[in-house]
Design a protein around this ligand. Sequence first.
Ligand code: PMP
Length: 398
Amino acid sequence: GLREWQRPLREQFPIVTGHPGLAYLDSAATAQKPKVVLDAVQTYLTGCNANAGRGTYTWANRTSALIEETRERVKAFLGDPEPDRSTVWFTSGTTEGLRTVARDWLTAELRDGDEIVVPFADHEANHLPWLEARELLAARGVRITVHPMPYQQESRDYDLEALAGLVGERTRFVAVTHVHHVYGADMNVDRVRRVVGPEVPICLDAAQSVGHLPVDVGALDVDFVVFSGHKAMALPGTGVVWARGLRGGEFRPGGWQGTPNTTGILSLRTALDWLDAAGLARIEEWTVGLGVRLTDGLSRLEAYEVLGCPLSLTAASTVQRRQGLVTFRHRAVSANDLGFILAAHGLLVRADGLCQARAGETDSSVRVSVHVYNTPEEIDRLLGVLEGLDDDRPGGPR
Ligand code: PMP
């Protein structure tokens, strides 16, 4: 069964096995690293550390090759059907990746009167860069219109009907998020292409999907995929922009001329190998299962409210599957207090504004996000502590 598959994988995370009293439940912020990733970095730094593209000696050549190999590895990992026509740029994370697309590509593409549609209620990293691009263009006398991506009120999914009404002659760009970092919902981005037509470039914020579920750029039919290597088990300070076809060829972000993050890039290649070998479909099944366990448990506790897509969609719904990422709040206890209480019990969760572009409900919320190294026992431990804070329970805090 899945449990027998998961156990040896969990054993490969030294930080997990090294802290038996702690449950790391914040993988949406950054993921833990398997031992092979740590070992690869150690081997590189003690074996052939050099700068890329500089030398006549083996270490430098090896480093240059490593970077090119990792580009190809990223393309294969994303199911790129035309790797000869796409480009991979390395960044420090999704934030820098989206800013790079905005500043170095979008501002060069847009003309006076053009329109773009971008999220206003997703991660601010997928919101602010597009507004910044508008300002940069305005300073050059180019005026564009930025439309907020429409959402469905109840499910928080994108409202594709409303989107169809927004998209017109002058639409030049659409930005979307694959898995929402607060609601955990799969945002149905595979249906966006049908709405916007074949010509409009689509940029996908895949920060919460790459490394968690199979991501296939061919099936999604998008033009840019931006993600964080560090959330996909590579080292901190790693990220990727994948750009399709000629768009990528014309795309020359600044900053690449300097010394690349070689250990980060190496760690990314090793992490992607590890994830592929573990199996992303099974990783998704495991983490979705843990999320369902948590939402089911919370639905039995009066004091808590789960944010986002309705609980009825938490099972194997193909409509809007919730990934292993659950945000909730307590009716009376603040997110900060909840975070401290949980940490005191060795439960490490995210408890602050959650970088939501349109804050408000997230200010008071706690986010639990899991990966393949988490277990049902950890979720039950968490539910046990949360139940103790359920103010409707006899003896609960009042
Ligand atoms: N977009 C989404 C959907 C995210 O969840 C995050 C990280 N929380 C980011 C962007 C930013 O990623 P990074 O911190 O690696 O730049």
